[in-house]
Ligand binder design. Structure first.
Ligand code: NDP
Ligand code: OXD
Length: 313
């Protein structure tokens, strides 16, 4: 059983740290590093990669699973030569889910309680209270109710928010209204005052937050995008915020990262930029997730969460 650690990952993470973490749980693991330590490609049964070279993964005929270093998998799905029938296991540890939900709850409360107003007022030495709706009266919409969106929805529901979710397939989460597919998209937007984007990135979702989408939100709505920059048409968002139709936006992800210094998002008074910091993969938690899934595969059980190749995410 050999795991190959590679791609861009090896440039930003110390392989020795990963070797030690994985072997702590799986002492029998033969840990190899790309490109110099691969050895015989037939030995490789697992890979742990981010942004591998195109065609690289098909070089290993005995792969049982591809572990990605990320929840978003667009860096792997762009490979036209992915090996057929090999599960791609996304990196979604309980730790990542918790951190993401913390970030979402923070931003939803920020806008719900008017902190965006207070920060403007503070710069103007202007004293004015804001007494907004209750959480039950505040309509939050989660765009993408997958591993991350479902947890965020449950936590927001726990705080009393009126939460709806939009996804490709119906969801049953207690006290969440489930909107599904194209026909439900505009009604979902029309009832959403705080829109949180946690969609997967596919050709169907790229550019989904555009002039038409934003116009369908009620006036004064907020956008929180934590999924990918590709979901947003930047110029359309700026127009919507400038016009006041969208009151403010919190953006964590961008078409180009780091966000170029000249990009207008940086200086827009009602757009907040964070540096792709909503959640991250702490190696110790990520290693536990990977080992748990290796054990599942060795026991003949399905790993989780795996990419649905037909759906593209
Ligand atoms: P999942 O794949 O579990 O969920 C994706 C959601 O998108 C699902 O609910 C899915 O619907 C929905 N979806 C996909 N295509 C469509 C479509 N055409 N129409 C409607 N709904 C659609 O992903 P995760 O929750 O694990 O992660 C979400 C994203 O979060 C990642 O792809 C990544 O980009 C981003 N991310 C950002 C981080 C950050 O730090 N900012 C950290 C980690 C992840 P259905 O449920 O019906 O399949
Ligand atoms: C991810 C991310 O997709 O950190 O895992 O954005």
């Amino acid at each position: 059983m050999a795991l190959l650690f590679g791609g861009y990952l090896a440039d930003i993470h110390d392989p020795d740290v990963w070797r030690a973490l994985l072997r702590r749980h799986l002492p029998e693991l033969d840990f190899r590093t790309w490109p110099d330590g691969v050895g015989d490609p037939r030995d490789i049964t697992f890979t742990l990669v981010h942004d591998p070279a195109m065609g690289e993964l098909k070089r290993y005929p005995n792969l049982k699973a591809i572990f990605t270093f990320g929840a978003g998998i667009e860096h792997i799905m762009k490979d036209p030569d992915l090996p057929v029938g090999v599960p791609i296991v996304r990196l979604v540890s309980p730790d990542l889910v918790d951190r993401m939900s913390e970030f979402i709850v923070y931003w939803v409360l920020h806008y719900h309680r008017g902190f965006h107003r207070f920060s403007t007022q503070e710069r103007q030495a202007h004293w004015e209270k804001y007494r907004g709706p209750t959480t039950a009266e505040r309509r939050v919409g989660i765009l993408g109710v997958g591993e991350l969106g479902a947890d965020a929805a449950e936590k927001l529901i726990g705080l009393g928010f009126n939460v709806a979710g939009w996804s490709r397939r119906p969801k049953s989460i207690a006290n969440m209204e489930s909107f599904v597919g194209g026909d439900d998209f505009l009604p979902f937007l029309a009832r959403t005052e705080i829109l949180v984007c946690l969609l997967a990135t596919t050709p169907a979702t790229e550019g989904i937050i555009n002039a038409r989408t934003l116009a369908a939100l009620p006036k004064g709505a907020f956008l929180i995008n934590l999924a990918r920059g590709a979901h947003v048409v930047d110029d359309d968002l700026i127009v919507a915020v400038d016009s006041g139709h969208v009151a403010a936006a919190a953006l964590d992800v961008f078409h180009q990262e780091p966000l170029p210094a000249a990009h207008p998002f940086w200086r827009h008074p009602r757009i907040t930029v964070t540096p792709h910091a909503a959640a991250w993969h702490a190696p110790e938690h990520a290693a536990e997730h990977i080992v748990r899934n290796i054990r599942c595969i060795l026991d003949g059980k399905p790993p989780h969460p795996v990419v649905d190749h037909a759906a593209g995410y």
